[in-house]
Design a protein around this ligand. Structure first.
Ligand code: MG
Length: 381
């Protein structure tokens, strides 16, 4: 029986994690959950369903406390960080955004195994995170990185030549231009069902940029050995090329449960965690290069990653502001990446070469966010 802590329990990853646990009560025991608390009814229902000992929330703490006598409710901006420190067998970090960095560092500091879905932790604070992590302490949950992790087991680390990260291409892959795209258009992902922010990030291909930076840190590979390829069917989740010329892929229908269950139950596979490919029907799997003129986000992310230091954190923070503005109707779709590029260009020359701690990350992010906000006014539709 593994004691599990779920951060971001009411989000897409958190909800699916709890479904896996509900299906496997003999294997997993939830001891703590955390979330923003914007949906107190769901938090209360989850806490009762899994008889958790601890709940962490930012908002609605009093309502939740009254509904859950006997449960220790931790509240405030650092609630998820405190919950991440609770000793357990595995912490799932399903928080969206770089606010997940503090909890990631806290889980690692406590010696907990971390099943990491929060890619922004590695983008904003990759060196900090990897410096703190012991070998094998982080198990990737992001489907591409889970696929690379699984495929890399086919050879030795020094036999890996290249990591190939697949991208669906999002809903606008075949669109002539990116003018006049509405929020609801951008939220219609062709293959994956995910939270709003990651869905928008998939439509701009920012998500793939973030994932290249994530892969660089997780697998300690130079950027020149990480490639993105468009694979619209989202069945091959990523590939690893070995130095003998062989490429190993991991494939399963697009569903996060396989990757979540693999990380939670590592090193054993969890039976029936996702439905397998149905070979009784025809399949066409296609692969094509990224159109980096139409989707400049990947090249921009790669540039930020190669410069390193604070620049990936700047890239991500500017994007978080721009995506929120787009969802709120204050920015056009096309302008999301323009805002990110403008902020990166402004801060690149003087951006710190190293980030020493969480305070350094927060300071640079605050700067990037305020500069992004200034561009919102300039680019308002
Ligand atoms: Mg992914």
């Amino acid at each position: 029986m593994r004691d599990v802590v779920v951060l971001g329990s009411t989000g897409s990853i958190g909800v699916q994690t709890l479904e896996i646990i509900a299906d496997n009560p003999e294997l997993f025991n939830v001891i703590a959950i955390s979330s923003a608390g914007s949906n107190p009814d769901l938090v209360i229902a989850q806490a009762k369903r899994f008889s958790v000992k601890y709940v962490g929330v930012i908002k609605n703490a009093e309502t939740i406390r009254q509904a859950l006598p006997g449960v220790k409710v931790i509240d405030g901006a650092l609630a998820s960080t405190e919950i991440a420190e609770i000793k357990c067998d595995v912490v799932i970090n399903g928080i969206t955004g770089s606010i997940g960095l503090g909890p990631t560092l806290a889980a690692l500091q406590s010696g907990n195994v971390l099943a990491l879905a929060n890619k922004e932790s590695l983008v904003a604070g990759g060196d900090l995170v990897m410096h703190r992590a012991k070998p094998g302490q982080i198990i990737p949950v992001d489907s591409e990185h889970s696929a690379i992790f699984q495929s890399s087991l086919a050879g030795k680390k020094n036999e890996i030549k290249k990591l190939i990260v697949t991208a669906s291409g999002g809903p606008f892959k075949d669109r002539q231009n990116l003018d006049g795209i509405s929020v609801s258009d951008a939220l219609k992902h062709p293959t994956w069902s995910m939270g709003a922010v990651v869905t928008i990030n998939s439509a701009t291909l920012i998500n793939k940029g973030l994932e290249i930076i994530e892969a660089h840190h997780l697998f300690q590979m130079p950027y020149s050995q990480i490639e993105a390829v468009i694979h619209p069917q989202s069945v091959v989740h990523s590939l690893v090329e070995f130095h003998d010329g062989s490429t190993i892929a991991q494939a399963s229908p697009p569903n996060m449960k396989g990757a979540i269950a693999y990380a939670m139950n590592w090193p054993a596979r969890l039976p029936n965690s996702t439905s397998p490919i149905d070979w009784s029907v025809p399949h066409n799997w296609s692969f094509e290069p990224v159109d980096s003129r139409k989707f400049p986000a990947i090249d921009l992310a790669r540039h930020c990653g190669e410069i390193g230091g604070a620049l990936p954190a700047i890239f991500n923070a500017a994007n978080e502001v721009a995506v929120e503005a787009f969802i709120g109707g204050k920015l056009s779709f096309k302008a999301i990446v323009e805002v990110v590029a403008a902020v990166v260009a402004e801060l690149e020359k003087d951006s710190p070469k190293t980030l020493r701690d969480l305070d350094d990350v927060s300071a640079i992010e605050d700067d990037a966010r305020s500069r992004a906000s200034a561009h919102l006014i300039r680019l308002a539709p």
